[in-house]
Design a protein around this ligand. Structure first.
Ligand SMILES: C[S@@+](CC[C@H](N)C(=O)[O-])C[C@H]1O[C@@H](n2cnc3c(N)ncnc32)[C@H](O)[C@@H]1O
Length: 398
């Protein structure tokens, strides 16, 4: 068995005091969805197509904390085998209770283990590791272990802190370290007072109240932000250095709207920006958007062929599935995967209902929703539904 990461004793002690996330336990399945934790939707985001079925589908929540993500992974992927690991026995105890109360405990195996040891648990089609690697002494070693535990064709979802939008947190952390403030209940009280006693116009105090106060209402969240014993954060350059070293492919951000140039630029500036290579476009956004406080993204292990569905024959031979991450389905007015409002035309609703009723039927055998007998409009409608992530498309087997 591998030796745990150098920071494990301190970090597990911290999370034994402050299990995270501190979300309340509740009876029944978790509310709504997060598409990043639904394998079919996440895989389609990464490759353009729905995945082949796996029997069983194996999912790992690496650094599951108090089990909020584990709960979603179980409920959004019925029939899958979910494994959850963490180095904090207290966080794991909360996670077990959460899954017991939500009705999801049966599908989960919990391990009190460092993710450095993840490869000993087998191979996984989906690994989720949110807010974990940046709390290791050697994040690259942790990432190498996750890369090894990923099955061929598997996808890995990561969330890591970004320097740009966290400067005030870093300064407050540094000040609290200089003052020797401990990571316990008394330390949290002291740190809250310190921030509140800064002059009103002080930008650490202002930023805390504008941006972080709501998130850090509870002591565990406050300690996680300001009193953590082990934390690294990244800029894009160092992020891509980390990724390059692990042998996996970068498959894109899981919050692409944050990186969309048109949200900040227009006219000639937008045109020039769009002409830059992709990595420089992201650097530009990193420079202009001072609020980016984390990177969330997918990495993948080959083979992961990309599908754009530009070929008519491929499109018509495909089968389709209504995206499981929709709110209000079936209906004309929905919320999409990112909870964006979606209005369907009656023709789109008809087609989605036919797809729902016969998910194994190739699209070419579906009745055209607008002009019966005219496949040109069928293709247009399907491509539009796919671009809006309302359907997932799968090529025929073989
Ligand atoms: C900020 S919490 C995130 C919890 C959960 N992933 C979430 O986002 O809701 C970080 C978790 O990672 C765990 N952790 C830190 N280092 C770890 C390691 N080397 N192996 C496994 N878990 C680790 C901590 O114990 C803690 O529960």
């Amino acid at each position: 068995m591998a030796t745990a990461d150098g920071a494990t004793p301190q970090v597990s002690a911290f999370y034994n005091t402050f299990p995270y996330p501190p979300d309340p336990l509740q009876d029944g399945p978790p509310p709504g969805y997060n598409w990043r934790w639904c394998y079919a939707t996440a895989y389609s985001h990464c490759t353009g197509r729905a995945p082949e079925p796996h029997h069983p589908l194996r999912i790992l929540d690496a650094g599951c904390g108090s089990g909020v993500s584990t709960d979603y992974l179980v409920h959004l992927n019925p029939g899958s085998q979910v494994t959850a690991l963490d180095i904090s026995s207290t966080a794991l105890a909360v996670a077990k209770e959460r899954l017991g109360r939500s009705g999801g405990a049966e599908g989960v195996h919990f391990h009190c283990l460092s993710l450095v040891d993840a490869p000993s648990l087998g191979r996984f089609q989906l690994i989720n590791s949110v807010g974990v690697l940046h709390h290791m002494a050697e994040p690259a070693r942790g990432l190498a272990a996750l890369a090894e535990a990923l099955a061929d064709g598997g996808i890995l979802h990561l969330f890591l802190y970004a320097d740009g939008g966290r400067w005030e947190i870093h300064r407050a952390q540094h000040a609290l370290q200089l003052l020797g403030v401990p990571a316990d209940g008394a330390g949290v009280d002291f740190a809250r007072q310190l921030i509140d006693q800064l002059p009103e116009q002080n930008s650490i105090r202002r930023r805390h109240h504008q941006r972080w106060a709501l998130d850090t209402n509870g002591d565990a969240a406050f300690a996680d932000m300001y009193l953590h014993p082990q934390e690294t954060s990244y800029n894009l350059e160092r992020l891509f250095q980390l990724v390059e070293g692990c042998g996996l492919e970068f498959l894109g951000f899981s919050n692409p709207q944050v990186w969309a140039l048109h949200t900040l630029l227009q006219g000639e500036a937008l045109e020039r920006a769009q002409a830059l290579p992709q990595e420089q476009q992201w650097q530009l956004m990193e420079a202009l958007n001072t609020e980016i406080s984390h990177f969330e993204f997918f990495l993948g292990k080959a083979p992961l062929p990309q599908h754009t569905w530009s070929d008519d024959g491929d499109l018509l031979a495909a089968t389709a599935q209504v995206n499981p991450c929709l709110w209000g389905w079936p209906g004309l007015q929905l919320l999409g995967p990112d909870l964006e409002p979606v209005n369907l035309t009656p023709g789109e609703l008809n087609l989605l209902q036919s797809i729902d009723a016969a998910p194994d039927q190739p699209l070419q055998h579906m009745a055209d929703p607008v002009e019966p007998g005219d496949q040109a409009s069928l293709k247009e409608v399907v491509r539009s539904l796919w671009r809006r992530r309302l359907v997932l498309l799968r090529p025929p087997v073989g």
